[in-house]
Design a protein around this ligand. Sequence first.
Ligand SMILES: Cc1ncc(COP(=O)(O)O)c(C=O)c1O
Length: 352
Amino acid sequence: MRSDLTPAAGAAAVDLRSDTVTRPTEAMYARMRTAPLGDDGLDADPTARDLEETAAATLGKAAGLFVPSCTMGNLLAILTQVQRSEQVLLEAQAHMINTERGAATLTGAFLLGIPGVDGAMDLDRLSDALHPSASPLRTAMIALETSHNAAGGTVLPVAHMAAVADLAHARGIPVHCDGARLFNAATHLGVAPADLAAHVDTVSLCLSKGLSAPVGAVLAGPRPVIAAARRLRKMIGGTQRQVGIVAAAGLEAITVMGARLGEDHDRARQLSDGLNALGPRLSASVPQTNIVQVDLGRTGRSSTRWVDDLDAAGIRTRPLGDRRLRLVTHRHIAGADVERAVAAFRTCLDAD
Ligand SMILES: Cc1ncc(COP(=O)(O)O)c(C=O)c1O
């Protein structure tokens, strides 16, 4: 470890690995201590029900279901609406296809990736894939993702969501949205989350990313779909008992924490600007939300080497393939942390 990279004694690491590292707020702990509790596997936990109703109303849907993770929300969306050997169409880099492959194998559905730009599927390719002769499989669902994780937190234009919904609904196909970061997308567009969810039939929302709840997600949609999801959730072990303790934090997340996400987006922009000012060897994406991807191709060092060197300087990051890093801003990243991160990148560059 080089001494010029060593963080000051006692300085906490600047953790840019993910917005999932966010800790509960004091208000969350207060709600958790006083939440009315019940057995959600027996006759319902009142706080979980409150969260489900609040989330459904916030997303403009008839019903909601609290689930331990957004992965389970997406899985249940498929299990409830897609039969074995039917097809789900989604953007080729979507989290549901690239990172949740378990869903495909567990459901028996075939997930087909459609090429896209910035997370938005090419509508001609999507339309071609829907043509009856394009596949022997019946398409039973189209899934969107906004903001789009692998595309660098990009936000689907509302017109794109509407166009996909038109294509799907004309054929009686439901549209699901992996809205793990739907509040970030809504913040970027300056609209309510329900305005985006209005274009889809079911939507999953993660409470434990920028919204800062310790765990949990919600699947929202039509009443019969959510009732079926509730039955299936039991079968896959997702029904929990006094789950109101964490649902209480989820209530705070969904009703209060969305309002501050713009700060995370500003910090991401500050980070991107700072990195791009370091010269031509680094190239940072210009973020729409809270994710910045950094192209390291011209630095001559691999992403894992960068991760190690930055780690030694107290800056935690994650590799994205061999040539890129993924940096995510969140509630625990202040302007001074961004400055510290940019300074560490500069020191690493100067060391070559
Ligand atoms: C777009 C997207 N969908 C789904 C998930 C899965 O969320 P969870 O970790 O709650 O299962 C993630 C997690 O990073 C994500 O980024």
